[in-house]
Write a protein that binds this ligand. Structure first.
Ligand code: G3P
Ligand code: MG
Length: 251
């Protein structure tokens, strides 16, 4: 009998790309994450009025672009013209809102994993799950993608469309034994708010062989503790720092 515990390296997912140093959810941010040595990127997807999946966190373009309005009310043509970088820093004035198609095309030849967060809560985009699934299949990326959402009905819909696509529940609360609940809806991962990633959760999930990927882990001490605890992955705005702390922990 082999009781040896094998701790694998904590994977580093760059939250909205390298959002600490670059405008979130832009190609510049994703490219920086790759360069920083991240294992994957997390991004948020919403649908334009003409059903194009675009990468943006908020339901409106107000905070992160020079435009105004709800994404659901704007065409892709209108969205594509917006400046999605200047709000962060004027040196990023060429950044625009990417489509999921563009990101998949760029990710495909890299080694990056992709965590697509379906923003299907405030606005319930009809057919979002099917549209995203078709794109993933177009790029034959099913084995490198994790679909997450705070809307677990959306995750169930995705699972029903294709049980082979990996889904993960997003949650903010200290749910008791969330791996049992996740399993009951076909999900294979726990994407929890950092404060609820308590030892009981990390240990229980490890025993249930369900990966925990807390967000958003930006503080050095939190990174170090989770890496040393063998947490399967973290989601961070600062991938470069996380890679550095992981390298230090390995030596
Ligand atoms: O997917 C992890 C995290 O991105 C969830 O929250 O609001 O940053 O999309 P939010
Ligand atoms: Mg997100």
């Amino acid at each position: 009998q082999n009781n040896e515990v094998i701790l694998l390296d904590t994977l580093i997912f760059a939250h909205r790309g390298a959002a600490g140093t670059h405008p979130e959810n832009t190609m510049a941010s994703f490219e920086a994450a790759l360069k920083a040595g991240a294992d994957g990127i997390e991004l948020d997807v919403q649908l334009t009025s003409d059903n194009v999946p675009v990468i943006i966190h908020d339901e409106t373009v107000n905070r992160t672009t020079d435009g105004e309005g709800w994404i659901k009310d704007l065409t892709y043509e209108e969205i594509s013209k917006l400046d999605a970088g200047t709000w962060f820093d004027s040196s990023f004035n060429k950044a625009s809102i990417p489509t999921l198609d563009q990101v998949l095309d760029w990710v495909k030849p890299t080694r990056l994993l992709l965590n697509i967060e379906l923003k299907n809560g405030v606005v319930r985009y009809s057919n979002l799950e099917k549209i995203i699934l078709d794109l993933i299949n177009k790029y034959e990326m099913k084995d490198r993608v994790i679909i997450s959402s705070f809307n677990h009905y959306s995750l169930v819909e995705m699972h029903q469309l294709d049980p082979e696509v990996e889904t993960a529940i997003l949650f903010m609360e200290g749910i008791y034994e969330p791996w049992k609940y996740a399993k009951s809806i076909g999900a294979k991962g726990l994407h929890c708010f950092l404060p609820v990633a308590v030892p009981e959760l990390l240990i229980g999930a490890a025993q249930a062989e369900m990966p925990v990927r807390p967000f958003t882990v930006n503080d050095d001490n939190h990174m170090e503790n989770l890496i040393k605890a063998g947490c399967p992955a973290i989601i961070t705005d600062w991938p470069e720092k996380a890679v550095h702390i992981r390298n230090k922990a390995a030596n």
